[in-house]
Design a protein around this ligand. Structure first.
Ligand SMILES: C[S@@+](CC[C@H](N)C(=O)[O-])C[C@H]1O[C@@H](n2cnc3c(N)ncnc32)[C@H](O)[C@@H]1O
Length: 176
């Protein structure tokens, strides 16, 4: 059986996205890299926009037919002020000072899908800098009221390679 690679979409994210699909739903893929999750969103008929600070990615996204915005998510001024979307995806990226701004992008009844490395990943390799590693329960503690936690995980995973991963799937309750 063929194992997954780090270039394939995350199996966890892939499974969740199928549950979020709705006519006309929008998605943001933050710190998108080569766009493995943007492509998945596009194929699932989301109106997806990809964001990354790496301007070299622009051509790649033009070829993919996916809107791309070159933004620095860590710059002095938050570049996405006033924007909202039905699904926010963050994968393998962490910049703690902007977590609340990232959560604020989730529209009423929208979803947050966050998966990155966790503390303890040092023993498997990189990332090993604690600045890039979530603590257990850290995202949940920061989550504003009005979000309902649908899935949460912290621990060792085997695929696509052994690592400590932290995952959060949450929905903003639009009735609150
Ligand atoms: C490890 S890659 C993850 C890519 C993608 N999310 C994935 O899981 O395949 C981290 C990405 O974060 C982007 N990045 C790093 N710092 C950033 C910043 N300040 N603003 C926007 N993107 C940033 C990098 O350019 C890179 O594409």
């Amino acid at each position: 059986m063929k194992g997954s690679t780090s270039l394939d979409p995350s199996e966890w994210i892939s499974g969740l996205l199928q549950t979020c699909v709705a006519d006309g739903a929008t998605a943001f893929d933050l710190a998108c890299g080569s766009g493995r999750h943007s492509v998945l969103c596009r194929d699932l008929k989301f109106k997806v926009t990809a964001f990354d600070r790496n301007s070299d990615l622009k051509v790649n996204f033009e070829n993919l037919g996916i809107p791309f915005e070159c933004v620095d998510l860590e710059s002095g001024v938050w570049p996405l002020t006033g924007k909202k979307t039905d699904v926010v995806i963050v994968s393998n990226y962490l910049y703690r000072p902007r977590l609340l701004e990232i959560f604020s992008l989730v529209a009423n009844d929208g979803f947050l899908i966050y998966e990155t490395f966790g503390i303890g990943n040092q023993r498997y390799g990189k990332p090993s800098n604690p600045d890039y590693l979530l603590e257990p329960g850290e995202l949940v503690e920061l989550l504003p009221s009005g979000f309902k936690i649908l899935d949460e995980f912290f621990g060792e995973t085997i695929n696509p390679s052994p690592a400590i991963r932290a995952r959060l799937f949450a929905r903003r309750d639009g009735s609150l």
